[in-house]
Design a protein around this ligand. Structure first.
Ligand code: BES
Ligand code: MN
Ligand code: ZN
Length: 497
C-alpha cells in the first residue's frame, strides 16, 4: 500500500505583460472599493468590462476570501484565459501573512477538482511584496490534503502555475516553506499502521539525506544504553519499539550557540492501560504532530540555509496495551535521574518529552522550544485553533509569540505561576505525570516538562487543538494542518537578528 506522491508544484514567475496569453484559469484580485488588480483591469478591458460591471452590481464581491470562478466571456480576447477567478482581497492594507497564505491556498483549492495545464495568478500587485512568499507557500499547501489512499486522486494540482509580479526569490522561499509544511502534514496524515517510530525515523532520515541535515537515530538498544527509560516505558506495550531522532543543521559558526527544537512523536496514542474511548482515540495518529513539525521546520531551515545552529530531537513511541505496557503506579527513573510515578498512562507525551528534553539539554542549547499535542485541556482553554504557549522565560516566550503573530498563526500564553508546581509532586517519586484533577491540565503538563529543562530558557507549545482539523475550510483540507511550521521558521530566522 502506497500513498500518493507529494505534490511538486511547478511555479514560475511571469511578467505582467503576459497575462493575456492563453491559460486555463487566470486569477485576479478585487479589493474593497471594487479596485481591480492591474491584471484584472487589463483583462477586463478585453472582456467587454463584465468584471467591473459585476463588481459594481455586487454580483462579484471584494470581501476577503470570497472567490468567483467563471468561464471567460470570449470577447476580443477569445484566445486568452478560458476561465477567470476573481478573488476578494478585502482591504489590502489589512492583509497579514496569514491571510495571504490562506488566500494562496484557497485559490488552489478552488481549482484542483479537475486537472488543468496552466494557471496564471495575477493579484500580487494587491499584496505587499514582502508577503509574496506567503502567497506561494499557501498555494503549495492548497494542493495537498488528507486523501492519501483514495483509489482515484481527489486533488489534481495544475501542471504549471505562473505568478505574475512575484520574483523568483519569493517563489523559491515560498516553495521551500510550503513543501516543508506539506512534509509535516504528510507525516501526520499517514495512518498509524504506516507511520510508527521506526518508519517515522526512516522518513526523517530521508528528509535529512535530501537536504544535508546531519541525522542520528537511536533504536531501542541505544535508548537503553542512553538511559531513556521513560521513552522505553511508554513504548513498552507496542510491537513497534521506540526511536529517538536527532537532526542537526550547522549553519552558524563553530563557536555560535545552538537552538534546540523538540517534538512529541507518539505515533499512536491509545491511552495505554488508561485506555481512551473510541471517539477520543480515532484521531490519535496525529499525536506525533510535534515531531512531524520539527522535521518540517528542519527541512526548511536546511534548504533556506539559515545561518544558525539548530538541533532537533524527536521522541518517538507508540502508546499501546500489552503485557509489557507500562502501568499505573510504575515508577520510572528518567534519563535525567529524576523519578516519575505514573498516575495515568494516557499522560504519555510528557513522559516521552522528559527524556527528549534531557537529550536536548546535552547539546547545551541557548533555548529550547518543544511542540506537542499534549493536552485536551489546552483545547478547553483556548479552543481548537489556538496553540498554547507555556514558558520559563518571558522574553523567549515573547519572541515565539511575535513570530506567530508575524506569520498570522494563533498562539497564546498561559500562566506558569509557581503554585502549580505542587500539583505535579508525587508522594512516592520526584514527580507524578498528572496534576490534581483536570483543572489547569495544560499548565500542569507544562509544569511537569519544566522540571526537565533546568535553567535553560524554554517554551512549550501545546498544539493539541490546531495540529489536526476535524473539518475542512476553504483554505485547507481537514486533517493535519502543519501549524507552527511557519512560526518556528520565522523564530529561528530571527533568532540571530
Ligand atoms: N494526545 C493526548 C492529547 C490530545 C487530545 C491531543 C486531543 C490531540 C487531541 C494526550 O496524550 C492525552 O491523552 N492527554 C490527556 C492527559 C490527561 C490524562 C492528564 C488528556 O488531555 O486528556
Ligand atoms: Mn495520551
Ligand atoms: Zn498523547
Amino acid at each position: 500500500m502506497e500513498s500518493f506522491a507529494p505534490v511538486v508544484l511547478a511555479i514560475e514567475s511571469l511578467e505582467e505583460t503576459a497575462v493575456l496569453e492563453p491559460c486555463d484559469v487566470l486569477v485576479v484580485g478585487l479589493a474593497d472599493g471594487n479596485e481591480l488588480s492591474a491584471a484584472a483591469a487589463k483583462v477586463d478591458a478585453g472582456q467587454g468590462g463584465w468584471i467591473a460591471r459585476a463588481a459594481a452590481a455586487g454580483t462579484i464581491k471584494s470581501k476577503r476570501g470570497e472567490i468567483t470562478l467563471v468561464p471567460a466571456s470570449g470577447g476580443s480576447d477569445a484566445a486568452g484565459p478560458a476561465a477567470i477567478m476573481v478573488v476578494g482581497m478585502g482591504d489590502p492594507d489589512l492583509l497579514d501573512r496569514g491571510n495571504v497564505f490562506d488566500l494562496g491556498a484557497a485559490i488552489m483549492r478552488r481549482i484542483i477538482d479537475v486537472s488543468r495545464d496552466r494557471v496564471v495568478i495575477a493579484l500580487a500587485d494587491q499584496v505587499a511584496t514582502e508577503m509574496h512568499d506567503a502567497l506561494v507557500a499557501g498555494a503549495v499547501c492548497g494542493c495537498d490534503g488528507q486523501a492519501l489512499y483514495a483509489s482515484q486522486p481527489v486533488i489534481c494540482p495544475p501542471a504549471a502555475v505562473a505568478m505574475v509580479g512575484v520574483d523568483a526569490s519569493q517563489i523559491a522561499r515560498g516553495r521551500i516553506v510550503g513543501e516543508s509544511i506539506n512534509v509535516t502534514r504528510r507525516l501526520i496524515n499517514e495512518p498509524p499502521n504506516v507511520i510508527y517510530p521506526a518508519s517515522f525515523a526512516e522518513a526523517a532520515t530521508r528528509v535529512a539525506d535530501e537536504t544535508g541535515l546531519a541525522v542520528e537515530v537511536w533504536d531501542e538498544t541505544k535508548l537503553a544504553a542512553e538511559g531513556c527509560r521513560a521513552i522505553l516505558a511508554v513504548g513498552g506495550g507496542s510491537i513497534h519499539p521506540p526511536r529517538l531522532v536527532i537532526l542537526r543543521h550547522d549553519g552558524g559558526g563553530e563557536g555560535e550557540p545552538t537552538l534546540a527544537i523538540v517534538g512529541k512523536g507518539v505515533t499512536f496514542d491509545s491511552g495505554g492501560l488508561s485506555i481512551k474511548p473510541s471517539d477520543g482515540m480515532f484521531d490519535m495518529k496525529c499525536d506525533m504532530a510535534g515531531a512531524a513539525t520539527v522535521v518540517g521546520v528542519m527541512r526548511a531551515v536546511a534548504l533556506l540555509k539559515l545561518p544558525i545552529n539548530v538541533v532537533a530531537i524527536c521522541g518517538l513511541a507508540e502508546n499501546m496495551i500489552s503485557g509489557d505496557a507500562y502501568r499505573l503506579g510504575d515508577v520510572i527513573e528518567t534519563r535525567s535521574g529524576k523519578t516519575i510515578e505514573i498516575h495515568n498512562t494516557d499522560a504519555e507525551g510528557r513522559v516521552v518529552l522528559a527524556d527528549a528534553l534531557d537529550v536536548a539539554l546535552q547539546h547545551e542549547p541557548l533555548a529550547i522550544v518543544d511542540l506537542a499535542t499534549l493536552t485536551g485541556a489546552c483545547m478547553v482553554a483556548l479552543g481548537r485553533d489556538v496553540a498554547g504557549l507555556m514558558s520559563n522565560d518571558s522574553s523567549l516566550c515573547d519572541q515565539v509569540a511575535a513570530a506567530a503573530e508575524t506569520e498570522g498563526e494563533w498562539a497564546w500564553e498561559l500562566p506558569m505561576f509557581g503554585f502549580y508546581d505542587e500539583q505535579v509532586k508525587s508522594k512516592v517519586a520526584d514527580l507524578k505525570n498528572v496534576g490534581d484533577g483536570r483543572w489547569g491540565g495544560a499548565i500542569t503538563a507544562a509544569k511537569f516538562l519544566e522540571a526537565f529543562v533546568g535553567d535553560t530558557p524554554w517554551v512549550h507549545i501545546d498544539i493539541a487543538g490546531p495540529a489536526f482539523a476535524e473539518s475542512p475550510k476553504p483554505h485547507r483540507d481537514a486533517g493535519a494542518t502543519g501549524v507552527m511550521v511557519r512560526t518556528l521558521i520565522r523564530w529561528l530566522g530571527g533568532a540571530t537578528g
